[in-house]
Design a binder for this molecule. Sequence first.
Ligand code: CUA
Length: 167
Amino acid sequence: MAHEEEGGTIEFVWITIVAAVIAGLAASMAYYGFAKGFNPVCNATPVSVEALEAGEFKPGVEEIAPGIYRVNIVARQFSFEPSEIVLVDPKRVEFRVVSLDVIHGFQIPGTSVNSMVLPGYVGVFVWEPPEGIEGEFLILCNEYCGLGHDYMRAKVRIVSGESLLEG
Ligand code: CUA
């Protein structure tokens, strides 16, 4: 009899601990989600298929100010448009990526650029490349999106303005 009671107490202690951990996790999710405005997705604004089809979102590279870029990218099975991005002495790059079909990924391995691309949203994220960065980098889709997923890639070339002048 004494043993059974002991077992019951230990069980109650563990149930209390597990309940406290679950309550703590739920509270922290609620806190970061509502009070802090954290979102599991990147900074994404909804966009309609009609708007995309009407050409309101134009893929391409735009230099807003010296070194400040805005890069619009359209992802679809199984390509990125534009497929080659050239940036001269980039200081700040704002990527805006949309998907025309399914969930894709947008990653530049070796950098901090890594985002999901959700259909129905313009995913916006900013990259401040490390100073002196140069060369050709791969852009990969890192979300399985179909049979051609492995071939879904693009590249970004980062060049220094000086090397262009030297010709
Ligand atoms: Cu797109 Cu995998």
